[in-house]
Design a protein around this ligand. Structure first.
Ligand SMILES: *Cc1c(COP(=O)(O)O)cnc(C)c1O
Length: 374
């Protein structure tokens, strides 16, 4: 096997490879919407809502404009008030905490389990106060948070659980799918998610008919019927064009997930065969991990990243600054050292390609390149 920087670049994610296999089906789906001239909500969105709800073992799905808006509308649905507290993880994409703060709520952080990178349930109880309204676990990188103790605490203290399932569509925890265990699940169809659209999109899932109705209202300025506004909502609608594209892609999702899992397994074999001493992601054993990202770990992460980039291998840091240390949250008064597991992860982790079309040859080259660096 040959390695070297003269070889073709390996991107972190190759959406062109995916699109090449779907071109005609997607063209037909888009043409269907264009021919109907029904661009806002309508039958494509309704069908997609039912399909994602069924896929996620939920009764209801409400299509929204992004994963961020899914989180926002879920918090609006529980009528979050200024000063209310939501318990979540500081090691996540910004939207999780940002949506809480946008409504005047206080994100209250609890450190992660350093093995799974998900919120550590052992720290939650101490963070609960009389102002706590909900717990917002994030199923990071495609593996679900430890939901059983989280649901137990929520039930005992009368709290909502809102799952940030943006990276976890189809992931399972003891046979139950992401978005079906808490009161609501929030999904993103940002292009880099496992089910990605041709732009922004999102979905809230729930089994609660009252919450479903409220989210549906909030998504369209709180109006029902049209122009009679019962509550104040916003424009959080999913486009019919996105729904049509996503419906095509949903039929391939299980195949893609299987390929990602196979790639993850192959990485483990290749790294172990090479005797490469690098931190690999650990499967908590809850069930289906969908590998939105394959995240490795090294104390010399920045150097490794430079090495991979020099060899044209795509990689990315998710996330370089934990949320409690973000400039915009300095008013919350957190400081370095408050959440050591999250801070260490932010300094040591690196996502490498795991997309379905990656293939053995490219994986071998990636492992070789990392092994050489070690
Ligand atoms: C992507 C993502 C979001 C936000 O989704 P958008 O569709 O980009 O708004 C929220 N939370 C997590 C954990 C995400 O990965």
């Amino acid at each position: 096997m040959t390695t070297g920087s003269h070889q073709e670049p390996i991107p972190l994610l190759d959406l062109k490879a995916q699109y090449a296999t779907l071109r005609e089906e997607i063209a037909a789906a888009i043409e269907r919407v264009v021919a109907s001239q029904q661009f806002i909500l309508g039958p494509e969105v309704e069908a997609f809502e039912q399909e994602v709800a069924a896929y996620s073992q939920c009764t209801y799905g409400i299509g929204v404009s992004s994963g961020t808006d899914a989180l926002l509308v879920a918090l609006m649905a529980i009528d979050l008030q200024p000063g209310d507290e939501i318990i979540t993880t500081p090691y996540t994409f910004f939207a999780t905490a940002g949506s809480i703060a946008r409504l005047g709520g206080h994100p209250v952080f609890v450190d992660i389990d350093p093995i799974t990178y998900n919120i550590d349930p052992a720290g939650i109880e101490a963070a609960i106060t009389s102002r706590t309204r909900a717990i917002m676990p994030v199923h990071l990188f495609g593996q679900m948070a430890d939901m059983e103790p989280i649901m137990g605490l929520a039930e005992y203290h009368g709290l909502y659980v809102i799952e940030d399932a943006a990276q976890a569509i189809g992931a399972e925890y003891r046979g139950r799918r992401a978005g079906s265990i808490g009161h609501m699940g929030c999904f993103s169809f940002f292009p880099s998610k496992n089910l990605g659209g041709f732009g922004d999109g999102g979905m809230v899932t729930t089994n609660d008919p009252k919450l479903a109705e409220r989210i549906r209202l909030l998504r369209g300025h709180g109006a029902h019927p049209k122009y009679y506004h019962r509550i104040i909502g916003g424009n959080f609608r999913l486009d019919a064009l996105q729904a049509a594209v996503l419906r095509v892609k949903l039929t391939y999702l299980d195949e893609w997930t299987a390929a990602r899992q196979q790639n993850a397994e192959r990485y483990r074999q290749l790294f172990s065969a090479a005797g490469a001493n690098i931190g690999l992601p650990e499967d908590a054993g809850y069930g289906r991990h969908i590998y939105n990202q394959f995240v490795i770990r090294s104390e010399r992460r920045d150097d490794l990243m430079a090495h991979l980039k020099a060899h044209q291998i795509g990689c990315e840091i998710y996330y370089p600054v934990p949320i409690h240390l973000q400039e915009c949250f300095s008013r919350l008064g957190y400081e370095v050292g408050n959440f050591p597991a999250s801070e260490d992860a932010a300094e040591e982790t690196l996502a490498i390609p795991v997309y379905p079309e990656l293939g053995e040859e490219r994986q071998a080259r990636i492992v070789d390149t990392i092994h050489t660096w070690i």
